[in-house]
Design a protein. Structure first.
Length: 253
């Protein structure tokens, strides 16, 4: 039987530093906020995470006090935050397919993205008086919105956990540096850990099943320091942030 192989889904590089990631599993889209190394200004990208096909690439909007809030049905949601607090009035919605600014709302502070609506508070109030805006046009919703648990959902995004038990024997010959991270997916277990490499670090990814180790490879090199979250998964797809926060690499099981 041939050895099981991880398959590369895509490798995507960015000019800025990866700052924030949001995923819409219903539409299969991933939104990425990057920051210009010199100015700290935000740029926003959207792509199909199964293939890496780009919709929007490092699109600039706002000053450094704007950030990514979410991605809903191809609509990129951005929010402002204050210099002294995480909340500030200002919401924008951009069509991820072409970069068109669909609407802007400067009278509301965004509290949460809830399904296809936005939970907001008018800038005149510091607490309470919560309202909902429609994602499509930014107008107040007059009726009770569909609850988030009633919305159709895609595959869940999963974050690996540090492994606290005795390390599996099939990993014994690797020089694991720091925590061993793992995630279960179907009949497979995905493992990742740092190794030292010269003055820096690299990340090795491994896959096992009930029979033991079935594949492993070095997936990220040239790290100047260890990173706290080595990978995340959507379904059977693995995502890693590499090149010192300027690249996303993805593998399929």
């Amino acid at each position: 039987m041939d050895k099981y192989k991880l398959k590369t889904a895509f490798q995507k590089s960015f000019l800025g530093l990866i700052w924030r990631i949001e995923v819409d599993t219903r539409s299969g889209l991933m939104a990425v906020e990057t920051r210009d190394v010199a100015s700290g200004g935000p740029r926003f990208s959207v792509f199909q995470y199964a293939s890496g096909n780009a919709w929007l690439e490092e699109f600039p909007y706002g000053d450094r006090n704007w950030t990514l809030a979410g991605i809903v049905n191809g609509l990129l949601l951005l929010r402002a935050y204050g210099a002294q607090s995480p909340d500030s009035a200002g919401i924008a919605c951009i069509n991820a397919a072409d970069g068109e600014i669909l609407w802007e709302q400067f009278n509301y502070t965004l509290l949460a993205v809830q399904g296809d609506t936005l939970l907001v508070r008018h800038r005149n109030f510091s607490a309470g008086y919560e309202e909902h805006l429609q994602v499509t046009d930014g107008t107040p919703l007059r009726q009770r919105p569909v609850q988030l648990q009633d919305m159709p959902s895609g595959e869940a995004l999963r974050i690996p956990q540090p492994y606290t038990g005795e390390y599996p024997g099939f990993l014994a010959h690797f020089a694991i540096h720091g925590d061993l991270h793992y995630c279960n997916t179907g009949s497979y277990q995905v493992w990742a850990f740092h190794e030292t490499a010269g003055p820096g670090y690299r990340i090795r990814l491994a896959v096992s099943d009930i029979s033991g180790l079935i594949d492993e490879r070095i997936v990220i090199t040239g790290l100047t320091k260890m990173i706290p979250e080595l990978f995340f998964m959507i379904g059977s797809q693995i995502f890693l942030i590499g090149d010192n926060k300027q690249e996303i690499v993805s593998y399929l099981l």
